[in-house]
Write a protein that binds this ligand. Structure first.
Ligand code: IPD
Ligand code: CA
Length: 292
């Protein structure tokens, strides 16, 4: 078992949170303006897992700003060339556009996600977000959080307010977000888990940005959320916003399963999702066998 990474001081946490908000806001403006070519620059895990020119430009901007403000920190971003080892205790985990497919189709549910984490984000279970921001520029939404500081949302030019999850206590009446990986086999698996889950809840939303899904659990616009196959940059800032707002969530977010929920349905949602996962054959296994 590895030692828990050291927590920054309260002053440093405040500085990290301020920096996360400022760079995510600046990158959000760049992305929203859509200057120049918006086209698909390349694809990643599958033909539908796209990178737009703006993903790359936004990541470059964020990386430049963070390196100028805190040169010793590490960087772990979604796009190519997005990694640098930390000489300090902090690594920035960045998704320049979470919800890239929405962005490509001009659907406003996309966000810039910037998180400061301690530990090594490339090693599952060994890292922890300590401050972060999720900025949805087309929605006019900014979420921020730092460890022990609560979670806050600003809408448009309005005042910032503390947020909290919904008071939902009935799983049958809960609105739950989910998402699907880009891998075809995982998508089939996710659809089968959904078939098991959907009859037990009010309804499902597939909004298309894991960072926003987590923030929407934080502010009660979703009662719960689950997804499998996320990367650290999809969830780092949103997970912190959700937990600081008072949502219950999986202890160490891993690609295996991420969930977050209003306290009144958390236990029920986790049970239902895990039971559904247990009944659906794991990817790569013949039907009849299930994962343990
Ligand atoms: C994706 C979004 C989506 C989720 C996928 C992610 P991207 O990130 O968060 O909601 O279902 O698993 O990969 O590709 O838009 O940055
Ligand atoms: Ca993402």
């Amino acid at each position: 078992m590895t030692d828990a990474p050291a927590m920054p001081s309260p002053e440093e946490l405040r500085e990290l949170e301020r920096l996360a908000v400022s760079v995510a806001t600046e990158a959000g403006r760049l992305v929203l303006d859509r200057p120049g070519d918006l086209g698909v620059a390349s694809t990643k895990s599958s033909g539908t897992d796209i990178v737009t020119v703006m993903d790359e430009r936004a990541q470059d901007l964020i990386r430049t700003r963070l390196a100028a403000a805190r040169p010793a920190d590490g960087f772990h971003g979604e796009e190519v060339g997005g990694s640098a080892r930390a000489e300090s205790s902090i690594t920035w985990v960045v998704d320049p556009i979470d919800g890239t497919v929405n962005y490509l189709y001009d659907i406003p549910a996309y966000a810039v996600s910037v998180a400061a984490v301690v530990g090594d984000p490339t090693v599952p279970g060994s890292w922890h977000p300590v401050a972060g921001a999720v900025v949805g520029p087309a929605l006019g939404e900014t979420y921020r959080a730092r460890v022990g500081g609560g979670a806050f949302r600003r809408r448009g030019q309005g005042p910032e307010s503390a947020i909290a999850p919904s008071g939902c206590t009935s799983l049958a009446l809960s609105l739950v977000g989910t998402g699907f990986s880009y891998d075809a086999a995982l998508r089939r698996w996710g659809a089968q888990v959904l078939v098991e889950t959907l009859p037990l809840i009010r309804d499902i939303r597939r909004i298309g940005s894991a960072a926003l899904d987590l923030c929407h659990v934080a502010d009660g616009s979703l009662d719960g959320y689950y997804e499998r196959g996320l990367n650290p940059w999809d969830l780092a800032a949103g997970w912190l916003v959700a937990t600081e707002a008072g949502a219950r969530a999986i202890e160490v977010p891993t690609s295996e399963l991420t969930w977050a929920a209003a306290p009144g349905i958390a236990e029920g949602l986790e049970r239902v999702v895990r039971a559904a996962i247990g009944r659906v054959p794991a990817v790569g296994q013949p039907s009849g066998s299930t994962e343990g």
